[in-house]
Structures are given as structure tokens and as C-alpha cells.
Design a protein around this ligand. Structure first.
Ligand SMILES: [Zn+2]
Length: 308
């Protein structure tokens, strides 16, 4: 069975201004590097479908959905949501593709059509709160897919692994009262989104790390904090919030990871998935703003997922 890449041209039509780091060129950079690394034709390319609003509504309020759907501006214009998040005329369509990719990949993995999947989509999702979009994110693609796996596909337990440099506050909030979901993450702290670091529980492992942290520290924290929690929880499926802005070349983040660290973390998650989850992993793109580092890091991540 192969690894699938889900994407759609609509995901490149959403943009928030020529100055904005969360830009359409990110997906082009990923596509280019997959070709450059000679792994593109070893992957199964699948078109991201539009999400059903019903699936989004499992995680987001009617008002949160309305903010994105009902404020689309005229061509050439933007509708501001927060200081660095806005809609263009294509944002609703792109957001539906991004969430749709996560749900479709979840179905395909559970149905055994593919081994695992990487969703090369934007807008990203992990800051999107149940009640409002924020921080470059419209809908929380990973939380929507995790809830779909639990509610619709009937899995008993799922885990979310978040290695973006920023705290996945939206995902944490979405899963706060969900005992069937474990979220493990590390994030630069203190840093955006400047929310309180909630204490660890059997369903939540928050690992704040200082600016400047490199792979050796992060790998040790993964061994000490993430893996015991994942083994204790025994997830039947794992979702990855795959942000690559903790890379040392990324100017939005202040950490020092390199491609080999992303490959290593992915291998650790693969080991857990093999043990408890029949290998089921759906990974969704979150941050990562240095185009070259992003593309190279996704190659490392996808090579580990595809075992090539
Ligand atoms: Zn980020």
C-alpha cells in the first residue's frame, strides 16, 4: 500500500496579500521538492474533495462557519478576520478543500486503500478555534478529521501529534473534553498564540520549549514525554499537525530543527501507529514559511511515511 498526497489547485487560490508568509507558493515549493527528490511518482496523488459542512460543523459553531462562508470579498479585495488572517474570494472553497482532504484521507486510510496520507493543503488549521478562525487558519482540518474518525467511523481512540513551532491552541480547545482523543505537542514558549500552557493529563501532553531549542532537546522530549503517553493511550489512528516552522531556516519560528529531525519524529509516530493503529496516519500541513526548508522538510516527512 502506498502513501497518498492529497491536494487541490483551489488551495493555491486563497491568499492573504503579497506580503503574507502563508502564501500559495508554499504548496508549489512542496510539489517542486517532491519532484526534485525523485519521490513524486512513488506517491499516490489524490484530489482533495470539498468537505461537507456537516463534517466541519462537528468541530465548529455555525457562527465560525458563517464567518468564512458569508464574508467573501469581491475580486481583488480582502475581508479581515484578525490582524494577520483574511479572506479572499477563494478562501471558502480552499478551506473546504483543506478540511475535505483530511476527511477523505481518513476514510481512505481506514478503508485500507492507502497506508497513510499527507495533505498538502492550505489554509492550515491548528489555530482555528471551534468558535472562530484565527492565526492564518479557517477550519481545524485535523480536529475535524479526528472527530470524524471517532463519530462517523467509530474508532475508539485517536491521537493528534502536533510538531508545529506554534501551540495548536485550536486543536487543544476542540479536544479538551474528548477523552477518546490524546493530543501531544511541543511548541516554542513563550510565543504566539500566547495562551496558557495547560497541565498534562492522560489526554494531553504539552511540551513548551525555549527559543533556540534544537533537535537533540526535542528528540529527548519526544522520548520522555510523547512516547510514554502514546503507548499508554494506544490510539487506533494518529493525526499529525505537520508544521515545519520549527526548522532552523524558518524566520517565523525561533527553533533549530532540521530535515533529519522531522524524519526521526515521523518514524517514532510510525512505530506507535504500527503497534496499535494498523499504521493509520493522516498528516496535514500546518506552518512552514521558508519555502526551501519547507519543501525539503516535507520530503523528509513523506519519505518516512512512505518508507522510501
Ligand atoms: Zn506555526
Amino acid at each position: 500500500m502506498s502513501t497518498a498526497i492529497y491536494s487541490h489547485p483551489d488551495c493555491q487560490r486563497h491568499e492573504m496579500g503579497s506580503w503574507h508568509p502563508e502564501c500559495p507558493a508554499r504548496l508549489q515549493a512542496i510539489a517542486d521538492q517532491l519532484i526534485n527528490a525523485h519521490i513524486d511518482d512513488l506517491l499516490q496523488h489524490r484530489e482533495a474533495p470539498l468537505a461537507n459542512v456537516e463534517d466541519i460543523a462537528r468541530n465548529h459553531s455555525a457562527n465560525a462557519i458563517s464567518i468564512v462562508r458569508d464574508n467573501l470579498p469581491a475580486a481583488g479585495d480582502y475581508y479581515p478576520i484578525d490582524g494577520d488572517t483574511s479572506l479572499n474570494p477563494h478562501s471558502w472553497q480552499a478551506a473546504l478543500r483543506a478540511a475535505g482532504a483530511a476527511v477523505a484521507a481518513t476514510n481512505a486510510v481506514i478503508d485500507g486503500e492507502i497506508a497513510n496520507a499527507f495533505c498538502a493543503v492550505r489554509p492550515p488549521g491548528h489555530h482555528a478555534r471551534p468558535t472562530e478562525p484565527m492565526g492564518f487558519c479557517m477550519f481545524n482540518n485535523v480536529a475535524i478529521a479526528a472527530k470524524y474518525a471517532l463519530e462517523v467511523r467509530g474508532l475508539a481512540r485517536v491521537a493528534v501529534v502536533d510538531f508545529d513551532v506554534h501551540h495548536g491552541n485550536g486543536t487543544e480547545e476542540a479536544l479538551l473534553k474528548e477523552p477518546r482523543a490524546l493530543m501531544v505537542s511541543f511548541f516554542q514558549h513563550p510565543f504566539y498564540p500566547y495562551c496558557e500552557v495547560l497541565p498534562d493529563t492522560p489526554n494531553r501532553v504539552n511540551v513548551p520549549v525555549p527559543a533556540g531549542a534544537k533537535g537533540d532537546l526535542v528528540r529527548q522530549l519526544v522520548l520522555d514525554k510523547w512516547l510514554p503517553a502514546l503507548h499508554a493511550f494506544k490510539p487506533e489512528m494518529i493525526f499529525i499537525s505537520a508544521g515545519f516552522d520549527a526548522h532552523r531556516e524558518d524566520e517565523l519560528g525561533g527553533m533549530g530543527l532540521v530535515e533529519a529531525d522531522y524524519a526521526w519524529m515521523t518514524e517514532q509516530v510510525m512505530n506507535v501507529a504500527r503497534q496499535y493503529a494498523q499504521g493509520r496516519i493522516v498528516s496535514c500541513l500546518e506552518g512552514g514559511y521558508n519555502l526551501s526548508a519547507l519543501g525539503r522538510s516535507v520530503v523528509a516527512h513523506v519519505k518516512a511515511l512512505a518508507e522510501i
